[in-house]
Ligand binder design. Structure first.
Ligand SMILES: Cc1cc2nc3c(=O)[nH]c(=O)nc-3n(C[C@H](O)[C@H](O)[C@H](O)COP(=O)(O)OP(=O)(O)OC[C@H]3O[C@@H](n4cnc5c(N)ncnc54)[C@H](O)[C@@H]3O)c2cc1C
Length: 223
């Protein structure tokens, strides 16, 4: 089945901060339609976009080619699971409501009424990452002891070293991270270009892009 249209629900959980949009439900095709008896399937992917649980990233070696150890630490804060339960309940409600329900033959999973405990166990068993990790070397003010870089990506107490990528966002944003990262990078590149007017702006951007991952790696080893 080919996607004909897309839709997104972006809303607040019962425990959202004022103004915070912490739940996200999107219609996706991440399911093999052959696994459906009708030959078509829609996934309503439910997400907590502002998780409270904090994961970790640890380097295994100084070899930049060695994959790091990533610990997502899902549901360390129980409120994340409470909110994901809310999102899944809402997605099931959407699936049962017209005009959406007119398009649907039946719910594949769970496919039957489930109690709260079963729903929680199911979410924990099948949870996956949205692949929007950020903030391993967050930016912040001089007074912030957790800030690895300043607001321009400059690594504190290290000469001529900047990190310019998603890792410097001070907090995970509730929006998808790609555009946010591009915006931060463009802003910092603009400043560097202004500081080095003799250098071609694309050259500055390229050099800083290429440097960041490698240099970030050695910073993390030292940390
Ligand atoms: C499968 C997937 C789907 C996603 N979908 C979306 C989406 O739909 N919308 C959205 O907004 N975001 C999405 N994201 C997240 C988004 O891609 C990232 O937030 C964004 O790319 C982060 O930018 P970055 O510059 O920090 O890192 P990256 O884009 O990962 O850039 C890092 C770069 O460094 C290079 N590099 C790594 N190591 C070295 C080294 N040692 N030396 C030199 N170069 C090196 C890499 O090759 C890469 O080009 C998705 C992510 C994934 C993985």
């Amino acid at each position: 089945m080919k996607s004909a249209a897309g839709a997104l629900v972006w809303t607040r959980s019962q425990s959202a901060q004022p103004g915070g949009l912490d739940l996200h439900i999107s219609g996706t095709h991440y399911f093999d339609p052959n696994a459906s008896p009708t030959g078509g399937a829609i996934v309503l992917a439910s997400a907590v976009t502002l998780p409270k649980s904090i994961g970790s990233l640890r380097l295994r070696s100084r070899d930049p080619r060695a994959a790091p150890h990533i610990h997502y630490n899902f549901f360390h804060d129980p409120n994340d699971l409470d909110r994901l339960v809310e999102a899944v309940r809402l997605s099931r409600k959407i699936g049962r409501t017209a005009p959406f329900s007119d398009l649907i033959d039946h719910e594949i999973a769970p496919g039957r009424p489930v109690d709260d405990g079963e729903l929680r166990a199911n979410i924990v068993a099948f949870v996956d990452a949205y692949l929007h990790p950020t903030s391993t070397v967050p930016m912040g003010a001089d007074s912030d002891p957790t800030a690895v870089v300043d607001p321009w990506g400059k690594v504190r107490d290290v000469e001529a070293l900047r990190v310019v990528d998603a890792s410097i966002l001070p907090d995970i944003p509730s929006v998808p991270t790609n555009v946010t990262t591009i915006m931060v990078a463009e802003r910092i590149a603009e400043k560097l270009t202004a500081e080095h007017p003799s250098r071609n702006s694309n050259e500055v951007k390229r050099q800083h892009t290429l440097h960041t991952s490698k240099l970030e790696t050695s910073v993390r080893v030292e940390a």
